[in-house]
Ligand binder design. Structure first.
Ligand code: 6R9
Length: 646
């Protein structure tokens, strides 16, 4: 990886920014030497009903991991995103909605958003939804998705947003795990001109979800859907006639705000639980400093609200800051591959935040679709979701940003709530491919495989040594799993699951996951989930799934499949299995490669040697390492000989 390219902060950018390098160093130093003092000051950036007097009460020791911030304060997240802006910016746009069809768009002011949220909050209360209840949101990227989140927050209900691309089974699993009492969905979603049957999927999922007694359905496409008597209500009918104000629930800082399911290295997805006070402080603060957000600017994060990036940097962070946040229903290549840049021109976007996979896909179509647009409004670019390769970084910088826009490569996770390692545009000289330096209050620690801390330039496993306010608090319903997953690998440290290198300048370079999680187009996927979907097929005896380098997706899904005796490996069956996984989990989990494996390399104790399968998938046969401990070394040769072209 070349480190020769350095993009220094321009004087102009430094001067105009919230923070220049001197200020960054000063604030960072204060944040780690006196976290209590630092966060006591910055905790005031949001509105409290009852101000906190306690700042931090944290232990990372297993058993007994406990994380509390501002824990005697009370607040309401929706009040912070709405009510507090009404006087100063009630008529300012809060959300610019850009539909899938370029002819569809809408501007929603803070006052509109407030009214819509209150009406829905009242409708939910009327349905008996109360503080602490879980509500599932399974929606397309329409303003009602944000309204639904805020309405839950207003009445103290815990939302659990499930990405609209997930299958009925995946949806059901998530609803069951947190025993949601209601689902908010739409008739159909619309992406790239194609319809997504959200209500039909919900109906299918709810066959196995007895906890759900209410379903609110937004009419998005007008498509024909079944409505179940006594359970299903049209959203527009439910909110009709509801009062335009709604008393917000007074929440403790540590009361849960939301659950968001994410893949781990084993078993079913974990319900990552975030609480209210610390999360609001941390997301609003990072949104302001990382994107150097100034009043009135149009800010666009292209994520879906089904992922944490949508929660923190489309909805909560920007709205807490009174920003203009753009919400996009569509996809980067519809109707054409100029769409992103046309939307930037149409809405005068200043700050644009997307994923490396989108950049790589657009790169493939060359510069012309970008260059035929103006992009004059852009001043800052962002990247998130996976490591950005230096080639993609350079292209983003040169072609999209015309060398004018700094790029913030922001490293963080569903679990971290907000950005932890990132450049600040006015402070940090950039190196393509590096997430650069820690945000305020964040203490990264690189450890070797025994947990020994490494100093200076080094490479190892990335841990975080101290808590920050946006950190997840538990795995919903399974605190032991929380402790086990994040705090037991390295004593007293939060383990991220990522590998990382630190260079001589103290810059961090994330090298990717070191566990059995793969990152496909910025989406996290547990290989175990894909494996269990495959073995659920009657013709599959065994399956092992690994990631392999993929030009566009970052990592692709490579599945080794052993069929039950007597089944023939045919092209038809291959296609059937791909479809099967799509149906079981969702399109994002479609295997890119299926290799028929008469046998899998196993140790004598029966453990699949994933290291070897990874190497074969990577086409790296020279580095297989020691295969002598295998029960049957011959299977490796067979897999190498029959590796399909990728
Ligand atoms: C926000 C989000 C988290 C995992 C994380 C890491 C990878 C995210 C990255 C990055 C390198 C970046 N990741 N941002 N790797 N550079 N800027 O993506 O959350 O879906 O939970 O994924 O994504 O591997 O551990 P999530």
């Amino acid at each position: 990886m070349s480190e020769t390219h350095l993009y220094p902060v321009s004087e102009e950018t430094a001067k105009a920014a919230w923070v220049d390098n001197a200020k960054y160093l000063e604030m960072y130093e204060k944040s780690v030497s006196d976290p209590e003092g630092f966060w006591a000051e910055h905790g005031k950036r949001i509105d409290w009903m009852k101000p906190f007097t306690q700042v931090k009460d944290v232990t990372f020791t297993v058993p007994g991991v406990s994380i509390k911030w501002f824990h005697d304060g009370t607040l309401n997240a929706s009040v912070n995103c709405l009510d507090r802006h009404l006087e100063t910016r009630g008529d300012q746009t809060a959300i610019i909605w850009e539909g899938d069809d370029p002819a569809d768009d809408a501007h929603i002011t803070y006052r509109d958003l407030y009214i819509r949220t209150c009406k829905l909050a009242n409708a939910l209360r009327a349905k008996g939804v109360k503080k602490g209840d879980r509500v599932c949101i399974y929606m397309p990227m329409i303003p009602e998705a944000a309204v639904a989140m805020l309405a839950c927050a207003r009445i103290g209900a815990i939302h659990s947003v499930v990405f609209g691309g997930f299958s009925p089974d995946s949806l059901a699993g998530r609803i069951q795990d947190s025993e949601c009492c209601a689902v908010i969905t739409a008739d159909e979603g619309l992406r790239g001109g194609r319809k997504v049957p959200l209500k039909a999927n919900t109906d299918k999922a709810l066959e196995t979800c007895p906890s759900v007694s209410t379903v609110l359905v937004v009419r998005r496409t007008g498509g024909d859907v079944a409505m179940k008597d006594g359970r299903d209500v049209w959203y527009h009918e439910a909110v009709e006639g509801q009062p335009e104000t709604c008393e917000p629930e007074e929440m403790n800082a540590e009361d849960p705000l939301f659950i968001l399911y994410t893949s781990g290295s084993t078993g079913k997805p974990k319900g990552v639980l975030h609480s209210t006070g610390g999360y609001m402080v941390y997301t609003s603060m990072t949104h302001q400093y990382v994107f150097d957000y100034k009043d009135g600017e149009v800010y666009w994060c292209t994520a879906d609200v089904g992922w944490v990036t949508g929660h923190s940097y489309i909805v909560y962070g920007p709205l807490a800051n009174g920003a203009v946040t753009l919400m996009f229903e569509g996809v980067p290549n519809y109707p054409t591959t100029s769409r992103f840049w046309e939307v930037c021109d149409k809405h005068k976007v200043s700050i644009f935040y997307t994923a490396p996979t989108a950049i790589r896909a657009l790169m493939r179509d060359g510069e012309e679709p970008v260059k035929k647009t103006s992009r004059a409004s852009l001043r800052l670019l962002g990247s998130v979701g996976e490591p950005i390769n230096p080639e993609a970084w350079e292209w983003y910088h040169r072609v999209v940003g015309e060398h004018r826009c700094p790029i913030v490569d922001t490293w963080w996770q569903t679990e971290t709530g907000g950005i932890l390692i990132t450049p600040l545009p006015g402070a940090t000289d950039l190196k393509p491919g590096s997430a650069t330096r820690p945000f305020f209050g964040v203490k990264p620690l690189i450890v070797d495989s025994e947990g020994g801390p490494l100093e200076g330039a080094c490479e190892g496993n990335l841990c975080i040594a101290e808590s920050w306010p946006g950190q997840m608090r538990t795995v919903y319903g399974d605190h032991a799993r929380f402790e086990q997953t994040y705090f037991s690998t390295y004593k007293g440290l939060y383990f991220t699951g990522d590998g990382c290198r630190r260079d001589a300048d103290g810059y961090y370079w994330i090298t990717g996951r070191v566990d059995d999680v793969i990152n496909v187009s910025g989406h996290r996927m547990g290989t175990a989930e894909v494996e269990s979907a495959l073995v659920a097929h009657s013709k599959v005896a065994e399956a092992a799934v690994v990631g392999y380098p993929h030009d566009i997706k970052g990592q692709g899904i490579y599945a080794y499949v052993t069929l039950v005796a007597g089944e023939e490996p045919t092209e038809e069956l291959r296609k059937e299995l791909v479809q099967w996984v799509r149906k079981e989990i969702g399109p994002i989990a479609s295997p890119d490669v299926i290799q028929w494996a008469p046998g899998l390399p196993k140790t004598r104790s029966g453990k699949i040697m994933r290291r070897i399968l990874r190497k074969i998938a990577e086409n790296d046969f020279g580095a297989l390492g020691d295969t002598s401990t295998l029960a049957d070394p011959g299977v490796v040769d067979d897999l190498i000989d029959n590796r399909p072209a990728t």
